[in-house]
Design a protein around this ligand. Structure first.
Ligand code: ZN
Length: 388
């Protein structure tokens, strides 16, 4: 039996999600309390954190803001500089040239153009690809490798340059109900979330990838963080209008370019998320196969919490678009990894959640009818992907 939040459309298959006795998920309950939040008090707390950053730096940068050039990181960088009066050093991890999208390249260049000093770290493409491939086979989630790098690089640079304050964006435990970390602004334990799983790349090493190759894939240990007095903070926790819509509006006003795709091609309602590369759509498809939900569930649930969508509209949206991924992205991903599309599906099918799918005698797959994604008699994602 799969439970679905009575208020939004988040299913119980989401790792870490908690439901109360009324069948409502934790992020929905947190959202209900938002009107009572004393934002002035939170702003004071953020000001004190900014002061701490000013006092504890050695080289003139008051904080590090990890950036991709997307809507959230653009907002974070601008907020740190223009609202908090800090001198941020931006830190960005580049994708390998085959993976980086044109719009992503534009957006990171645009953000730097807004007047920021930036350190760009680019792990070698061959190693990057090997790690991605292993994460795909081992976890059915290639992002486990790349997110380790995306999140480990900023604290590595923070330690190297002795800039102990790092500003991240949203706290995903609050926004999406992810496992691990805190329910407040403190992000020092974010490496224990579901994707980073402690922040070590050990499971993807061996066969030519040694300790010397994975500095940028290894999140600093608790001891290293304590020694460097690192303070990692979810900036979004302290800002009332830090959400996907306000961040997108502000970033677009400042030059962010959005994707020109259809929701049914990329499995996304808005075209301002995940802009820096296109394989992410394949990962969302994999997430859908595992858990029966993907990005549209997250987007629609958040819209319901913000009062911008009804639950019925959310069910309609997820049933039409969630887990959708155009064949061209699957083809490009397979070409990048050097595997056939048949091999991709062999591995992907192995990750289909047992509670999510029924394997029919004719070889087709049927989604669990408890899921909102199944509400309109949706066909299996594989068949959809191949029909397109
Ligand atoms: Zn909910």
């Amino acid at each position: 039996m799969i439970q679905v939040c009575k208020s939004c459309v988040t299913p119980s298959t989401r790792p870490g999600i908690q439901f109360d006795d009324h069948g409502v998920c934790l992020p929905c309950r947190v959202a209900e309390e938002t009107p009572q939040i004393d934002w002035a008090l939170r702003r004071e707390e953020l000001t004190r954190i900014a002061d701490w950053g000013r006092e504890h730096t050695r080289l003139g940068y008051h904080c590090i803001v990890p950036v991709s050039g997307g809507k959230d990181s653009t907002r974070q960088a601008l907020y740190a500089r223009d609202d908090l009066g800090l001198r941020p050093l931006l830190v960005s991890c580049t994708y390998s040239p085959q993976q980086q999208s044109d719009v992503g390249a534009h957006n990171i260049a645009n953000l730097i153009e807004l007047g920021f000093d930036t350190i760009i770290v680019g792990p070698g493409p061959q190693k990057w690809k090997t790690m991605m491939k292993r994460a795909f086979y081992k976890y059915g989630n290639w992002c486990k490798a790349t997110e380790l790098a995306l999140y480990s690089i900023p604290p590595r640079v923070a330690i190297a340059y002795r800039i102990p304050l790092i500003f991240l964006g949203e706290n995903n435990a609050i926004t999406y109900g992810d496992l691990g970390g805190s329910m407040g602004g403190d992000a020092n334990r974010m490496k224990y979330n579901n994707t980073l799983s402690g922040g070590t790349p050990d499971a993807m090493m061996g066969d030519g990838i040694t300790d010397r190759d994975v500095l940028w894939f290894r999140y600093p240990s608790d001891a290293e963080m304590a020694k460097a007095h690192l303070r990692v903070v979810y900036m979004g926790y302290f800002i009332e209008d830090f959400n996907q819509h306000t961040n997108a509006r502000i970033a677009i006003e400042r030059g962010l370019r959005v994707r020109e795709t259809e929701p049914e091609d990329v499995g996304a309602l808005n075209q301002v998320e995940d802009l820096d590369e296109d394989f992410v759509h394949v990962n969302q498809l994999l997430k859908f196969l595992k858990f029966g939900f993907a990005r549209v569930t997250d987007e629609a649930s958040q819209l319901v919490r913000l009062g911008m969508m009804t639950r019925d509209e959310a069910i309609d949206a997820v049933s039409k678009y969630d887990g959708r991924c155009h064949q061209r992205y699957i083809d490009a991903y397979c070409e990048f990894l050097g595997i056939s599309v048949a091999e991709f599906w062999r591995v992907a099918d192995g990750y289909r959640g047992a509670s999510v799918w029924r394997h029919n005698p004719d070889g087709s797959w049927t989604l669990n009818a408890d899921l909102p994604t199944a509400a309109f008699g949706r066909r299996p994602a594989e068949a959809q992907a191949q029909e397109i």
